[in-house]
Unconditional design. Structure first.
Length: 466
């Protein structure tokens, strides 16, 4: 039972926005002027079917607004069954902020969500989108840019995606450009202040976007990644809390995720963004003006592989920093090559890595070539434009990166070996460290902690909060 109410024009506008947002959450597509009748029906539906008097009282309606009451509806079993995806557990540390209603992200904080895709299943893609719509305030998103990279018509999902939100734009590449150029094309079409890259096999979690936006508002030269929780490739409805750690590279550019032995920095219950020596490259937020200034990506890289290396080197070494935020959680479907819906040409990836090493590795280039000897005589094309851009940006050298960003990679430079290879040709003395491809021992914990103390001292004198 609702008491008669005479709302102000401001209250009516707020209610109309809230009701439109709810319609999108429930799967309705609302263009201008098309939702009035549906809103009237929805109001009746909420009052008669979903909302018991104990849930929506007159005081809740008047004082807290429609959306506060709807938060209670979202917890009801009948509502959860209609979400279209299985609601994940809340995996954030307990200290993370829960109320973002009065958050100040600054005047330039609109978001373009970018998802390139190739041969993704509709089950995964639809649940990805439904989770985004459910857990993301609509007013923060300016547009969705979905790049169909050479998909056959049955895999573009254009009609289904555009029906989910009027903010969706599906860009159809008739021929496959490759992941790197698909991202570049999307950014060239983006109009929002902040670029948020996602993948079509993810489940975003509660308040996932707000910590990323706040961090790039505080640090405009940051590249900020959510903490990735785990969705097993066998079951997209499963969701497990991911470990607290960071991304980094081996000397062959193999990307790894590690939790170094420094409990003071890697506290599972901390709500502070943590520096990460690398980005995984697929899921992150960055300001569009910073992206454009850094000149992403090398246009001569091919198809797939290496964009995360370039992003890492440019952000860290050209005036920015990379974080992993523990309060932003995104479930990611981790797939082995057999479960990937497209092929990755390994020689193409190695070609991209070799171009990057020739631009960014400096005096350490022989370390890469020791592990990838086929690149010594590989035809890489002209890398002078990339070297010239690096000079124009005033980027620091590889020695600086090792000294002040990734002390483990620095230590490993003198411990490189080839597992299974003959000792006289650089083979390892023992089995490779688990999960690693070019070392047979790890940096001692005491040495790592000592180096990290030096690094913290260095960054305390810089303008950047790392």
């Amino acid at each position: 039972k609702l008491k008669p109410h005479n709302p102000s024009s401001r209250s009516l506008a707020r209610r109309s926005h809230d009701e439109m947002a709810l319609l999108r959450i429930l799967g309705f597509s609302c263009g201008s002027g098309r939702c009035f009748c549906t809103i009237v029906v929805l109001q009746a539906l909420i009052a008669v079917v979903l909302l018991a008097p104990s849930v929506l009282t007159a005081s809740a309606h008047e004082e807290s607004g429609l959306m506060d009451a709807l938060m209670k509806v979202k917890k009801s079993p009948s509502y959860l069954r209609g979400l279209g995806f299985k609601k994940p557990p809340d995996t954030r540390p307990h200290s993370c902020r829960r109320d973002w209603r009065n958050a100040d992200f600054g005047p330039n904080s609109s978001v373009s969500i970018i998802i390139p895709y190739l041969h993704e299943s509709w089950e995964h893609f639809s649940k990805t989108m439904k989770a985004i719509l459910h857990f993301t305030p609509d007013n923060l998103i300016k547009e969705f840019l979905f790049i169909s990279d050479g998909n056959e018509p049955s895999f573009t999902y254009e009609a289904q995606l555009t029906a989910m939100s009027p903010k969706v734009r599906v860009i159809l590449n008739e021929e496959r450009l490759g992941l790197i150029k698909a991202k570049m094309k999307a950014v060239s079409m983006a109009t929002a202040d902040v670029l948020v890259f996602l993948e079509a096999h993810t489940i975003v979690n509660r308040d996932w976007l707000e910590p990323l936006l706040l961090r790039v508002a505080e640090s405009p030269h940051a590249l900020v990644q959510p903490t990735l929780d785990i969705i097993p490739q066998e079951n997209f409805d499963k969701y497990y809390r991911g470990a607290h750690g960071h991304w980094r590279f081996e000397w062959n550019m193999n990307l790894i995720f590690t939790s170094p032995p420094d409990g003071g920095e890697f506290d599972d219950e901390s709500d502070k963004p943590m520096p990460s020596p690398a980005t995984s490259g697929g899921i992150f937020a960055i300001r569009r003006d910073w992206w454009n200034r850094l000149g992403f990506y090398d246009p001569e890289m091919r198809e797939w592989g290496g964009d995360h290396v370039e992003a890492t080197m440019k952000v860290w070494r050209c005036g920015g920093h990379i974080d992993v935020h523990p309060c932003s959680r995104v479930g990611h479907l981790f797939r082995d090559p057999e479960h990937r819906p497209y092929n990755v040409d390994v020689p193409t990836v190695v070609h991209n890595y070799a171009r990057l090493a020739s631009v960014w590795w400096d005096d350490y280039l022989p370390k890469f070539q020791q592990l990838k000897p086929e690149t010594k005589h590989m035809q890489l094309g002209d890398v002078s434009p990339q070297k010239r851009l690096r000079d124009e940006l005033g980027c620091k050298d590889m020695g600086w990166y090792l000294r002040y960003v990734d002390p483990e990679m620095e230590w490993e430079a003198s411990h490189i070996c080839i597992p299974g290879g003959a000792r006289e040709y650089g083979g390892c003395e023992r089995a490779a460290v688990q999960g690693r491809s070019c070392i047979d021992r790890s940096m001692p914990a005491e040495e790592y902690q000592s180096r990290r103390a030096e690094i913290r001292e260095y960054w305390s004198t810089q303008a950047v909060d790392v």
